[in-house]
Ligand binder design. Structure first.
Ligand SMILES: NC(=O)c1ccc[n+]([C@@H]2O[C@H](COP(=O)([O-])OP(=O)(O)OC[C@H]3O[C@@H](n4cnc5c(N)ncnc54)[C@H](OP(=O)(O)O)[C@@H]3O)[C@@H](O)[C@H]2O)c1
Length: 341
């Protein structure tokens, strides 16, 4: 299959651009050459998806059987990109997110849940960020989905909606933060409940599923998350302890105490969020056509291997946004001295 990956050098796009040539596909990638590096075996085309001239030049390099768009965020831009490539590609797969759902993270979801309303020509200011529900990112990804469908039509459009994606090259820094924290050892603040289930998706399994839908010609939209009741927060943290060969001791602190201490959900203790719908996303539609999710142990070990090999094991580039400070962690644990576990 001839595939054009928009992006392809960073995380999700890089995993697709790495797996596709290995599976025998002919792959072109399109990016500015600013972040990351090209996967082996791809034909890399440089250009800016916000430049009409770059898009015209890109379209001349076709045809392709499918575009896989991993770098689309603004509806109006996705519409322009889709229009430029409509004659050059058979289908368009858009990498979206569960944030398009109106009820995420508050209520359990399936593939038919209502999505946020955003016009396909919306610009970067459309939508609002709320504390406990919809975000501008979610509104705009929903508008991007609409833009692709408006240009390619539903019979040539595929939309994948992952939740949290983890694995090698993760640049958000969620799993890297937990791994670095465990590597430091000692008493570690473990958030909420040890039995809370989570559904992170391994980036390599997401890439394999994207390629599967392209090979099969599947259209429509698919939630792409690990099964809802398989992996607990404790499984994740213990896998981090094993991968880093750490002496860390988990100290479980209940949600209410963390909230009383003003701990920021999702970012200060990555993946910790109390809303009941966060990890209740039904992906059975994708699973029925072949979505596979490897055990969390594998995701964690591979991510530590990558961090260690890249020399980034002790460097947190997004320290301002991700992770609790050692002082605050110690303060919360101290307030509970003699308490839990
Ligand atoms: N991470 C998660 O947990 C998660 C969860 C749900 C959904 N998603 C979705 O997954 C996708 C993430 O993709 P990703 O990890 O590969 O990273 P990304 O940061 O979204 O995309 C980066 C890629 O796009 C290229 N790019 C950026 N700006 C460009 C421009 N103006 N023109 C051309 N190329 C440009 C970058 O290369 P250059 O900088 O060199 O141009 C790079 O190859 C997103 O669509 C996101 O919404 C992620």
């Amino acid at each position: 299959v001839r595939i054009l990956v928009l992006g392809g050098t960073r995380f999700v796009g890089h995993a697709i651009a790495t797996a596709a040539p290995a599976a025998g596909h002919r792959v072109t990638t399109f990016n500015r050459g600013v972040s990351g590096s090209d996967a082996p075996g791809v034909q890399a085309v440089r250009g800016d998806r916000y430049s009409a001239r770059s898009l015209d030049a890109l379209a001349q390099r076709g045809p392709w059987d499918a575009v896989i768009d991993t770098s689309g965020y603004i509806p109006r831009n996705v519409r322009d990109v889709a229009r430029s490539l409509e004659g050059a590609s058979g289908r368009y797969l858009f990498m979206s997110t569960v944030s398009v759902y109106a009820d995420w993270p508050v209520r359990p979801l399936n593939d038919d849940a209502a999505t946020l309303i955003c016009p396909p020509d919306a610009g970067p200011d459309f939508g609002v960020d709320t504390e406990d529900g919809p975000t501008r990112y979610g509104y705009q990804k929903s508008g991007c989905e609409a833009a692709v469908a408006a240009v390619f039509g539903p019979e040539r459009t595929t939309v994948l909606r992952p939740g949290v994606v983890l694995g090698p090259h993760e640049y958000v820094g969620r799993l890297p933060w937990w791994l670095r924290r465990m590597a430091r050892g000692g008493p570690v603040l473990a958030p909420g409940s040890r039995t809370r289930t989570i559904q992170p998706m391994d980036v390599r399994d997401l890439a394999a599923f994207a390629l599967l839908t392209v090979e099969r010609g599947d259209t429509g939209s698919y939630n792409v998350c690990a099964p809802p009741d398989r992996t607990t927060f404790e499984d994740l943290l213990r896998a981090c302890i094993r991968a880093t060969r750490s002496d860390a001791e988990l100290m479980w602190i209940p949600d209410a105490e963390l909230l009383a201490h003003g701990v920021r959900q999702w970012s200060e203790l990555p993946l910790w969020r109390t809303h009941p719908g966060v990890w209740q996303v039904d992906s059975s539609k994708a699973r029925r056509i072949g979505l596979h999710s490897r055990p969390i142990e594998d995701t964690v070990a591979s991510t530590w291997d990558w961090l260690s090999a890249s020399g980034a094991a002790d460097r947190n580039e997004r320290a301002a946004e991700i992770g609790i400070s050692p002082e605050k962690e110690a303060r919360i644990l101290g307030a509970r001295a003699g308490g839990v576990n």
